[in-house]
Each structure stands twice: as structure tokens, then as C-alpha cells.
Design a binder for this molecule. Sequence first.
Ligand code: MIG
Length: 848
Amino acid sequence: MSKLLTLVFCLMSIAVCARAQDITGLEKIGPVVSFTKGANAVTLNCADGSQVQLTMLAPDLIRVRASFTKPVSTRDHSWAIARDNWDTPRWTLTESPETISITTEEVECVIHRSPLLISFRDAHTHEVINADERPMMYDAKGTLTGMMFDPAAGMFVAAAKKLGFDEHFYGLGEKAARLDKRRGSFVNWNSDTPGYTEGKDPIYQTIPFYLGLERGAAYGIFFDNSYRSYFNFGRSSQERAWFGAEGGEMNYYFFYGPTIKKILSRYAELTGHMPLPPLWALGNQQSRWGYYPDTMVERVVSEYRQRDLPLDVVHLDIDYMNGYRVFTWNPQRFPRPKEMNEQLIKQGVKVITIVDPGVKYQPHSAVAEQAANSRNPELGPKEKSYYVFDQGLEKNYFQHRKDGKLFIPKVWPGDSVFVDYTLPEARKWWGDLHRAYLDNGVAGIWNDMNEPSDFVDQTGKNQSDVISYDEGEKSSHAKNRNVFALLMARATYEGLARLRPDRRPYVITRAAYAGIQRYSTMWTGDTNSTWDSLALNIPMFTTLGLSGEPFVGSDVGGFMGRGDGELLVRSYQVSFLAPFCRNHKNIDSYDQEPWRFGKYYEDIIRKYLKLRYRLLPFLYTTLEEAHRTGVPLFRPLVLNYQNDANTYNLDDEFMIGNDLLVAPVLRPDVTRRLVYLPEGKWYDYWTNKEYKGGSVVSVDAPLETVPMFVRGGSILPLGPEMNYVGEKVSEPSFVVYPDDRGEAATSLYEDDGLSPEYTNGVYRRTALHFSGKQKQIQISVSAPQGTFKPQPRTASFIISTALSPGRVLLDGQTVPRAADGGKGWSKNDGALIIRILDDGRAHKIEIE
Ligand code: MIG
């Protein structure tokens, strides 16, 4: 009998899964019967009472909103959207009996009336970029209701697009999957998934934004719907790519490139730009679940300093708190947090504390107080009353269930409560609570467990009847789960900015929804100390970058399980160029700080950490580009070489900005690997050996060496070797890598690295151009833009050449040969070095 039942259940669940993939039974939106034209929008009225609204936001950005069997709602709100005041682009409307066409300067949107099918075409070539495979759909008959998280929360809505034979898909934020998402199928439902491996889905974040690329032309779709959503890029059906959600509106933004970079800029405009974090956030970071007491933290830092290993940040995991109570300090383990932090800051190290959403449920009662007093007097005052719980309860900021009862999940403190971050006052209160950290010298905040994770049940079922305020809509968990972390990060960011207006906030989050980049950076959660997990770093970082999240990183060495020296070194060879470079480890695993596997490995790790600091000017310049344009620094090759099909599915190489290509080793015992170099000239970073791109080359990759190539045509700005940001004056050296025509260029971005003043023009951008034709070399340095003034310093230019110059001129004046390290020119290791005073003016250097 029980066997039979099991069989029945198995068959049922297979049927449910199969149905989850099948949208063909859904009701289609009715044909267009009439339409109205507004200043920036067209509203289509359908035979079934449905309405579709197309809004022209920019020449390359059109929003599609559909409401099934009823008019489009007047409430139009999304936590993801940063901008709603668009200047209406020029557009025209034409009709035929079959179609209505809307044309902007870049996109032609053709609406077929019956059946209602929308296609987007290039306004110039009229080529179809993206077209509906069938009309937009809704689940009128409840076909998919059985598989829905909360059938009461809404109705399944979906849109299906024709799938190109050679169409590639990118984006969707944090997915444990390959770079090209073609033929994949994904779900978005923020989930705590420790030890995830490739294919695990969903994991922590929801970024319902993807890019399609075919014949070199890209478009983007942002399906701004926070319900559990589905994206299917031709998994088990070659005809269509579709997306849908278990409630809410069919509401998507269509972006046209044709370049991916242009789409990412537009996406950043729509959902917000990443503000610059403090420069030290690019420094090396060390963490471990279990750094306590304070003397242990000090010991870790002094190990770093004694071993001459660079370090900017150390993280305190949940053990710093008093009984896992957020916004408290453990009086035994960290009795004097302020003094500890002051000591560490003197050594150039900042502390980041973890903050979880779970607030210990601790009713304040006389009886409890008495009990605590008599039985555990040593536990201190927090046992009697906990101000965070008291205040939140009094102000009614905690989440409730539908029946009005407080929602009490179980997390680290045991019984806990969560804040309803959709309440503006609650966000303000939460933000202000961070005084407990800032007043004690903490420099940044790490948000964990914000899916939100609940030990009672990780699927969210235990939370399904939780109601959020949601601007008075009092909406369901089904709608609000995926934006919980976004709003918590927002409360945190805004709190830090308010409490310390002269400092840039630095927040790290695990879960997210689109728009998170406005408030927080991220890391990829609980990975494994395995080679497979390491290999996933690359497609995950690059995919996050293509999804609006530029500041990414993963626990270096992996979080769970046992690694070894080789894995740790190879892991640093990926992460030393990731924006977030932090070694972190689970509480019950072996130690994995850089020195734990012996000197041989430690020496190699030191080499890469030192190199990271030398590359800081380059990394920071590229980070600023990500802030300003939305184009990430950690890039898949396809982002820079969109017309090169060899890059479409490249998962084991990446680029930093436009100029540095890295091909790490992602398997044990490997000392050589194949590297694809795109068209152009390339230089081996280590040997300066030149390569002609457009082919695969085989290169040496012993454990000491990560294959790294510099693009011919670039100039890499380097800084001094340092053990923490600010240790030395950042004197730039510009290393020149000419292209085939002997040209190279770059620009260097600098600012104070700490304050928000860069948003008021207090930065310095210096453009450099190099040309070297027939022994005639010229370097021009532009007059810098911006008002930032670095400390007095020199700047060096490094040109690889066997020749000794006849003469070197600076602005027409002869430059002398330098005496030891001073200003002037010198020769070293096949390189010509010219060192000048950096006086913030334009200069021309000529070499004959
Ligand atoms: O249930 O705070 O991903 O980085 O060390 C585990 C303890 C909770 C999960 C985080 C991890 C962190 C750990 N946390």
C-alpha cells in the first residue's frame, strides 16, 4: 500500500513538474479592438476586457504592461525602479487594418491586432529583434494553480517569445549555471541554499532581467515582477523562450542595444547606478565564522601584518553579538569594541559586522526578568530586556500573519521576528539602529539570511500568510519575499548614509532583487571548497555583472568542506581581480587563511594579493566606469567582443574592463591550459610575449602563474605595492602596451576614496595617449578633469623597448637621465622608464 502511495506521489510530482514547464494551456489575451494614444503611451483595449499599455521611455526602452480581463491598475509601483521621470522620446504611430506600429528613433514596435502579437524591430533595418511566439497569457482556468506557492496570491501570467536558432541568453543575476543560459530553465524565489552546486535553482537572489543575443545584436528584457518567477530559454521546447510569474502583472521593459553595453547603461538608468563604495572595499578582506573573542581578531590581523600579507578588512560573523541579538555586542567576547576597532584602524584594518534580519523574540516581562536574574545573573542586562525587540514591538514594525499574530520564525537567536521593511518608518528605525556599530568604529555592514531564511522551513511555506504593509496594499509573502533583502539593504544603506554623511556606505548582501546595486554589493553565499564550486565563480561573477550587479565576489577558498593549498591558490587567482576579495570559511571546517597550508602556498597568495594592490588604480578606474555606466568591471569576453561567436559560451576566462584578460586554472594538477584570445594584439602579462588574437593558444600555468594577457592598445595604470589602502601615496605608473599601429590609450580615475564628494565633481580623470611610430614616441597626458587634488607625487611611464633613447623631452625641455629612482628617464629590464612630477597639468613627452 505504502509503495503504491509513493508511486502515486512520484507520478504526481512528475506531472506537476511537467506542467510547470507547460504554458501552452494558458488563456491568451484577447485581440485588440481599439486603442488610445497618450503623450508617451499607447493603450490597447482587447476584446476580453484586457488592456495592454506600451510606454515609450527612451528611443531604446519600451515598457509593456498587460492586465488580463480588466483595465491596467492605477497603482504602479516597483521597489526596483530608480527613475520614472523620462523625457518622452520622439515617436510616431501608424496603423493598418492588421497592425499598429509605434516607431522611435531606434525601435519599431509592431502590434499585430488579432491575435495580439508584439514584435520589436530595428527601426533602421526593420529586422526583427524579438517577437511574441503567442499572445501574452494568464491562467484563467487554474491550470498551474496546483504548483503555485500560494494560489490565493494571484494568477499565473506569462509571455512567450520566438526562440532563435542561434540566440544566446545572458543575465538573470545570481544563478548557479553556465554563462549562456540558452536551453536553461530558471526559477526566482530567494532561497537559503548552503553548499549549492551547479544546477541548484533557485538560490539567494532574484534579478528578473536577461539579455538575448543573436547575429551580434542584443536586446534586454526586465520582467519587473517580484512574485516567484520563471524563465525558460528553450528548455524542452525549441520554439519559444518564455517568462512568467505566479501573480502580479505582466510588466516588462524591452531594451534594444544592439550593444550589450548600451543595454546595461539603460538598465542602470532604470534600476539605479551602483554608488562607489569606499576604495578600501577593493582591499583584501578576511573572514571566518567564529572569529572571537577580540584577541582572536587581533591575532588574525597581526598574522597578516607579520607575514607581510595585505589586508584592509576583517569581518565579524554572528558570534560578536550578545546571544545573536542584532545591534548588541557580546560583553565577554567583545567587551570594548570601540577600543578594539581603534587599534585595528591604526593598523589599517576596518571591521565589518554581520547583521541578520532575525530580531530575537524576547517579550519583556517582570517574570522573565526575575527568572533571568535569579537563574543566569551572569548573562547581563540583555537577558532582561532587549531594546531592539522592545522598540520594534512598541512601534509595530514587525511582520504579522494574516490573522494579526506576530510572525515568529526561528533563526540564530531561536524564536525571532522580522521587520516589515516595506514600512518607511521601520526602514528609518532600522537604519538608525546602526549607530550601535558606527559609534563603536565599525566600517561596513554585512547582511546575511535575508531571503529571508527561516529554520522552520526554507521554502517559505511557514511565511506564506505573512502580510506586508506595501504602501497600504497589505500584500502577501508571495509578492514580498523576493524584495525583502532589497528593502533591508536599503534601510541599511540609507541609515549608514544618514549617520555618517561624509562617508560612503559599504553594505554586502546575500539575497537581492533587481535594483540592489543602489544599496549594496554582494557575495555568492555558501559555496563549497571544491574545484567545481571554484569554476562556477567565473560564470556567476560575469552573469551578475550582466545583470546590473558589478560589485561581486565569492568566499575565497570556498565556504563549506575541506580545501587544500592548491585549491586556495587557484581560488585567489580568480578572486584577486574580483571586486569583493574575501577569504571566508564555515565554522565547522578546517582553517583556510592564506598561511594555513604552508609557506609554498602562502608565498604565491602573497604575490597575487600584492598584485591586486598594484592594480588598484586600474581596478578603481574600471569600478568607477561600472558606477557611471552600468558596464561591470568583471566581464565575460562576450561583453567586449559581442560579434565574436567564440566568446558566446566562454566560461573559464574573464576580462577586467577592456584591457586585462585572465584565464585561471580551475582543475587540480593542471599546469598548462588553452586560452582563447580575441582579435587584436595581446601581451602575456608576465613575460611580455606578444600574441596575435583570434585564436586559441596553449600557455604555461604552473601553480605560481595565472595566465594573464593585456590587450594591445591599452595602458595599465598601476600603483605602489601596499599592505592596505592609504598606506602609501598612490603614485601612478603607466605601463604601455601598444597595438599593431603603435598606439595605446587609457584614462585614470581617482578621488578621495572615502567621501561622497566625487558626486560633486571632486575627482580627477586623466586621459593618456601613446603613439610610437618609427622610433618617434609621444605620450600625451591630458589636463585632468574634476577638482580632486592628489597629494604631491610623481608619475611614471613604462615602455617596453630594447632601445636607449637619444633624447627625452618633456613639453619641449630635455629630460635628464635619472639618478636612482628620481625624476628623469632610466632603463630597467628592457623597459624605458620616464618619471615626471605630476603637477596636474597637461604634458607632452617626446622620445627620439
Ligand atoms: O546559517 O553567519 O552565508 O557566510 O558565515 C548560516 C553564519 C548563516 C550564512 C552565511 C555565511 C555565514 C553564516 N551564515
